[in-house]
Ligand binder design. Structure first.
Ligand code: ADP
Length: 272
């Protein structure tokens, strides 16, 4: 995609060509800069768990043989940290994949009712202490959008998981879905700690966490929402947040609604 050289007829077409080549080069430089930034961020994030594990190994080497408590604690802490690192690496892979999905699953048509019901039921089973509700009063049966079903599942899991992680006393999550003429909206609402106005636009940046110390304790690494953003973008959707500190947050995903005709056309393309 992007600039292509076509037939040249006149001098000003040569000039147009030069302009589009320059634009293309700028865009490529932009990608390179982003990649460099990403590698830098990743190295920084991996350094912490490696340092923690190293610290525990040093303790084990010095005192592990004589002190059974240090032995047990250090092994336990190292395993936990390794587990955290494993998640981090998985999410970084997800993030990289989210940037290339249009190549992978271009035409899948997914039933929103089915996926939301399945994910809410699964999450409710995993978190029996939470009341996870589904409200589809405004969602016609068999509403479809263009998305790989696994990505819609992943999006819902990221948002519901966050609602759970950043909850306070009221352990309730409401997932609602509905349509307008052109759009399908899916909303995940929680009644937890909320997000300040200032942080609301930053939380979609990779590795951004409002409270570094606390989210670390909860196992967060600041990648969930940036993955969500990338995924939603690549299906021509939008993700946004409304939140009041101390009261809760509402994350909304908007996707283009498929007409029956467009859905049928995509399905056909998918078969090829
Ligand atoms: P993390 O793995 O840290 O949860 P995310 O990218 O999913 O990473 O979220 C980034 C940050 O946004 C979180 O660390 C948290 O501070 C804030 N956040 C995300 N979802 C919520 C929510 N539902 N309620 C309050 N804060 C949230």
């Amino acid at each position: 995609s992007g600039a292509r050289i076509k037939e040249l007829h006149r001098n000003d077409e040569l000039e147009d060509l030069a302009i589009s080549i320059n634009q293309m080069l700028d865009r490529m430089q932009g990608y390179i800069d982003q990649q460099k930034q990403f590698v830098g961020d990743v190295s920084h994030e991996l350094r912490t768990p490696v340092a923690v594990i190293e610290g525990h190994l040093n303790m084990l080497e010095r005192w592990g043989k004589d002190d059974p408590q240090i032995l047990a604690e250090s092994i336990d802490a190292s395993l936990q940290e390794a587990d955290r690192m494993k998640h981090l690496i998985q999410e970084m892979l997800d993030l990289t994949r989210a940037e290339q999905i249009d190549v992978q699953y271009p035409y899948e048509v997914t039933n929103v009712n089915e996926v939301t019901q399945r994910v809410v039921a699964d999450m409710a089973m995993v978190h029996p202490d939470f009341k996870i509700q589904l409200d589809e009063d405004d969602l016609p049966a068999d509403t479809e959008i263009q998305i790989y079903h696994g990505h819609l599942e992943q999006l819902l899991v990221i948002l519901i998981d966050n609602g759970i992680k950043y909850s306070t006393d009221r352990k309730q999550i409401i997932v609602s879905a509905g349509v307008t003429k052109k759009d399908v909206n899916i909303i995940v609402q929680d009644f937890g700690e909320g997000i300040s106005k200032e942080d609301q636009h930053k939380i979609f940046n990779r590795f951004y966490r409002v409270d570094k110390a606390r989210t670390r304790e909860k196992g967060g690494n600041g990648l969930g929402l940036s993955i969500a953003q990338k995924l939603v973008d690549s299906y021509h959707g939008e993700i946004s947040v409304e939140s009041v500190e101390g009261q809760g947050s509402q994350f909304k995903m908007r996707f283009p609604r498929l007409t029956k005709k467009k859905a049928a056309k995509l399905r056909k393309l998918n078969e090829k």
